[in-house]
Design a protein around this ligand. Structure first.
Ligand code: ASP
Length: 289
């Protein structure tokens, strides 16, 4: 018998209709999940309160889930987190970084259509997540969605309506559930560190800004001057370039001097950042981005 803890945080998977659109709901979800468990699995179900639309999730939500997983780590063989799809990729990635060496499967999933709707993807997604959570060798955080299993810290939502909503750019799925079940175990990460819950301050002021031609450049310079950020993730162009705007560069340089950590991430899905490829990128490297 394997024991799986299921945390329900909200999201479309369990939502019901309201006059203003879908809202999170609790009714019937524990029973529906229990019916999907494989025969040798005992599920313990825990609903977070309040249930949320994941569009409202904050780093405090990530911390709360991570603490709950850490607290129950010794009591269960695997964990499933039911989550809204809008920010599922952020939570999944945060958990992967907050729980190094966890040593047991943590599988996130959600749905594009509520359980209660005919043709919902919730039953397949939950069944796949429960199956993956039974695999004791799957010791990394993953996302089961669209009949595939994805690495948590690489996953992105790339479809707002279609059921195969997630993918990991540049990385193949870790398992496939159709047309036949294939566990690509050779791709799975092996834990090399002892477990710890990484200390994390959800109140740090970290912002992410996507570079775009036009007013963004001046707005970003202003924001960096005024907001006193702890961290800034800059979604740059191509291999790590931004406009060589003197005001932006000066604002970033001053922020870095004050202690803001500025990280350059490309807005492009594949490839990587090389700040020395172009003069515009090397200007960022020179000021400490
Ligand atoms: N807005 C919903 C949420 O993220 C969307 C979903 O779950 O698919 O909670």
């Amino acid at each position: 018998m394997r024991r799986i803890a299921v945390f329900y945080t909200g999201g479309t998977l369990g939502m019901r209709a309201s006059p203003n659109g879908l809202v999170p709901a609790l009714e019937g979800i524990a029973e529906r999940v229990a019916r999907l468990a494989p025969p040798h699995v005992e599920c313990a179900f825990e609903a977070f309160s309040p249930l949320i639309d994941s569009a409202a999730a904050t780093p405090a939500n990530w911390e709360r889930i991570a603490c709950r997983l850490a607290a129950l780590r010794d009591e269960f063989d695997g964990f499933v987190v039911l989550h809204g799809t809008d920010t599922l990729a952020w939570t999944a990635s945060a958990l992967a970084f907050l729980l190094p060496g966890f040593g047991k499967p943590i599988v996130l999933t959600g749905a594009q259509k509520p359980f209660s709707i005919v043709g919902s993807d919730a039953p397949d997604n939950v069944a796949d997540a429960l199956a993956a959570a039974c695999f004791m060798h799957l010791t990394e955080v993953t996302v089961a969605f669209g009949r595939r299993l994805w690495r948590a810290c690489r996953v992105r939502k790339h479809e707002s309506i279609a059921l195969d909503a997630f993918a990991t750019p540049g990385l193949a799925p870790l398992a496939e559930f159709e047309p036949e079940v294939l566990w690509h175990a050779a791709l799975w990460r092996v834990d090399t560190v002892p477990f710890s819950l990484r200390p994390f301050n959800p109140n740090l002021r970290v912002a992410m800004v996507m570079m775009s031609p036009g007013a963004t450049v001046a707005c970003l310079a202003e924001m960096v001057e005024r907001s006193k950020l702890d961290g800034l993730v800059l979604l740059s162009y191509g291999s790590g370039n931004t406009p060589d705007d003197p005001r932006l560069l000066a604002a970033l340089a001053r922020a870095i001097e004050r202690g803001t950590v500025v990280v350059n991430v490309s807005q492009v899905w594949n490839g990587s950042v090389d700040m020395n490829a172009y003069a515009t990128g090397s200007a960022l490297a020179a000021i400490g981005v």
